[in-house]
Design a protein around this ligand. Structure first.
Ligand SMILES: *Cc1c(COP(=O)(O)O)cnc(C)c1O
Length: 363
């Protein structure tokens, strides 16, 4: 393999980006057309950058159908900082926030929210190693809660919501870090949608928060300026220097997403890719899916094999065959194939063939 040959990258994040995005960034890296400087070298207050930011927001609004009463904030600090910013801004004194504990990232969000205010864990599947999503009957919400927090895709455990919890008028907050814009989304059902960009949208360093305008007003002025949604909303994400290169690549990815035909089109491909992998996992008893069938993730496909020795061997041989990043998260072990929007279907086909061959040799 030559040093510049691209492998099939199953990394959970930062993750694979569309090749046309990388190629455009590479082509224009030294000098943006008509600008004569790299995007990394220009002021975030320049007309050029304002256009880049504005176009990224416009494309996002168009591709996801984001209503006009929602602001698109491009922030820093990752999804992890949103675990703090959401309660700091929206969990008003005396109120309770409901959290649905569906995975390791939800658990982290709960820990942060507890530092800020009163939290009710409305449902948890922790005792079942987060192998499924709680049913509607199991979710015990607080009347008049400040908000309900969910994690739309559980990156580590490989489960995903295929419905929304019934929250009535209470704002629904979702951590969509690992499935944002992988399928059509009705933004109007949410108070806040947040995501680190590095899984399905772009490079690390940019964090997206789509927030309903009336919720921005909840934030207390006593919050640190940088941690207040109001600051970023009022300054159109330009209060201080934003992650300019990351926003540029995010913009290229959104343009790519539109060129693919939008969310309906990528959802079809994502469904097909995941179906191929799950069919192979279910074909014999050699591979064993870890997620409850009805809650399986289309983004992170998790499975185990008969022994940890075989899992190690599988990972090693897969890597050598150009199938990279299949080792499961260190907290759960096993295997995980992350197949985000930009992951090519040919890579799924290659993995399925590899799995069949590996089972023949080792089953
Ligand atoms: C990766 C991930 C996070 C953490 O994101 P950072 O940007 O690294 O803080 C949070 N939630 C989910 C669902 C994730 O997949």
């Amino acid at each position: 393999m030559s040093t510049t040959t691209r492998v099939f990258n199953f990394s959970s994040g930062p993750a694979v980006l569309p090749l046309p995005v990388l190629e455009e960034a590479q082509r224009d890296l030294v000098a943006l057309p008509g600008v004569g400087m790299s995007v990394m070298e220009i002021s975030h207050r320049s007309k050029t950058f304002e256009d880049i930011l504005g176009r990224a927001q416009e494309d996002m609004r168009a591709v996801a159908g984001i209503p006009s009463n929602y602001k698109i904030l491009l922030l820093q600090g990752g999804a992890s900082l949103q675990f703090s910013m959401v309660p700091m801004n929206l969990l008003t004194p005396g109120a309770t926030a409901d959290y649905i504990d569906s995975g390791s990232w939800a658990d982290k969000a709960i820990k942060e929210a507890k530092k800020v205010g009163t939290v009710n864990v409305a449902a948890t599947t922790k005792a079942e190693k987060y192998s499924r999503i709680s049913t509607d009957d199991e979710i015990k919400l607080t009347p008049g809660a400040a908000y309900v927090h969910m994690t739309s895709n559980n990156t580590i455990e490989g489960t995903q919501w295929h419905r929304l919890p019934q929250v009535g008028d209470v704002p629904l907050i979702t951590d969509a870090s690992s499935d944002i814009f992988s399928r059509p989304i009705d933004v109007s059902k949410f108070g806040v949608i947040f995501a680190g960009a590095q899984k399905n949208l772009g490079p690390s360093g940019v964090t997206l928060a789509i927030i309903r305008e009336d919720l921005i007003a909840r934030a207390s002025d006593s919050l640190p300026t940088m941690l207040n949604y109001k600051t970023h909303a009022e300054n159109d994400s330009l209060y201080n220097t934003p992650p300019t290169f990351g926003i540029y690549v995010l913009g290229l990815t959104l343009k790519w997403l539109r060129n693919q035909g939008g969310l309906e089109a990528v959802a079809k491909v994502n469904e097909r890719k995941a179906a191929k992998l799950y069919a192979e996992i279910d074909r014999t008893g050699f591979y064993r899916g870890t997620a409850n069938k009805g809650d399986r993730s289309l983004m992170n496909v998790t499975f185990r094999m008969p022994s940890e020795e075989l899992e190690k061997k599988f990972d090693k041989e897969a890597t050598a065959a150009g199938l990279d990043g299949l080792k499961g998260h260190r907290s759960v072990g096993g295997m995980r194939a992350s197949i985000y929007n930009a992951f090519p279907e040919a890579g799924v086909d290659a993995l399925v063939s590899f799995m069949q061959e590996f089972e023949k040799q080792n089953g």
